[in-house]
Design a protein around this ligand. Sequence first.
Ligand SMILES: NC(=O)c1ccc[n+]([C@@H]2O[C@H](COP(=O)([O-])OP(=O)(O)OC[C@H]3O[C@@H](n4cnc5c(N)ncnc54)[C@H](OP(=O)(O)O)[C@@H]3O)[C@@H](O)[C@H]2O)c1
Length: 269
Amino acid sequence: MKSIIITGASEGIGRELARQIAAREKGSAALVLAARNAARLEELATELRPHGSRVEVMPTDVTDREACRRLIAETMTRLGRIDVLVNNAGMSAHANFSEFTDADFDWSEKLMVMNYWSVVWLTRAALPHLLASKGLVVGVSSVAGLVGVPGRTAYCATKFAMNGFLEALRAELAHKGLRVMIAYPGTIDTDLRKRGFGPGGSPAGVSMIRDDRAMPVETCARLIREGMEKGRREVLMTPRMKLGRWLRLLAPQIVDRMAMKEVKAEFRP
Ligand SMILES: NC(=O)c1ccc[n+]([C@@H]2O[C@H](COP(=O)([O-])OP(=O)(O)OC[C@H]3O[C@@H](n4cnc5c(N)ncnc54)[C@H](OP(=O)(O)O)[C@@H]3O)[C@@H](O)[C@H]2O)c1
């Protein structure tokens, strides 16, 4: 039975990905659901078990290095193997850097722990087991991990850092059978941006990014699941994102203008 850990499984993309994997893999997968909200995880586990998958709930705050180690150790105790680690838990943030105060530096550091260091800690703890299973590490990055987005200096930095870590890890360990996939969602219809840090560090409460064209969370999770099944190195989610990748090489100033247009007019610097 394949053992799959999904962080950030209580809400949004992680929750939907767990649903889709359970529906598809049925009895051939064991899912470990990790996030802080134990009640939401238990609710999801109750929904998924009838598919036939084994589902383990492991409440975890991934900003706590010891808790990350415990999640991996507990998975080994309960399931005896790890085939896939999906690093999905993440937080958003939006604040113009020119207006940064000390309070903004404080949450920026926390954001780096949340979106980058947690991935490093979990991956290191799981690595011997992933090498033993010739397993897969998934990083849920962002379009903001590919291009700079105004107002998102802190968030972009965390996602670029995560990509760099995962790309180097792949180069280091591919010959030992470790597989690494990075998924780059664009704007997805979850509450991520509302929950994220706003200027000064309180929850933003609104999305400062245009979300009138947001991708349904079901589509995003399906693209990640299909990427995992097909052994992709990366998942770019829209034609616009694929075009942006080439444009960035040929005419980067056009990509900068596209990024500015993604910020709602009232929040542009
Ligand atoms: N939505 C988008 O437009 C979008 C676009 C690009 C990339 N992404 C990336 O996709 C990933 C998932 O985002 P989403 O849209 O699904 O966001 P979401 O709906 O806000 O869900 C975030 C998940 O992360 C968990 N989480 C937050 N802090 C945590 C912590 N300290 N420890 C453990 N778990 C924690 C939350 O659970 P608890 O609160 O229960 O801990 C929740 O399950 C993130 O990495 C995000 O950066 C999203």
